[in-house]
Design a protein around this ligand. Sequence first.
Ligand code: NI
Length: 135
Amino acid sequence: MIYVTRRAEFSASHYYHNPDLSPEENRRLFGKCNNPHGHGHNYTLEVTVAGEVDPTTGMVMDLKELKKLLEAEVLEQMDHKFLNEEVAVFSTKIPTTENIAVEIWKMLEPKLRLGKLHRIRLYETPDLYVEYLGD
Ligand code: NI
């Protein structure tokens, strides 16, 4: 098995709010992140695909194809978006780095033809990332 990782960057804004909690509880739990006007992040996404090297191509999958897939399935939906209001799933789910990583997995996993999605890493800042392995 060999692992291939592609990196992409996108910018998005969000705020944290749980409608099941009171305004006070939301402020206590989320602090500044609860401001409904939102704040932005420059995210770095790393997508790792696992597979065997195809002896005909010498590759696990065409990395141009992976790039196009990331652009079409993830960046198109999230780049320069206000996640809470412009990405449907985050109208009911708090767009934390954890939840964004899981949603990116769900967007990509069914679309991969060659190789198998192995890991999503999402950096909220250069020194903080969340990793999702699909379970
Ligand atoms: Ni934030």
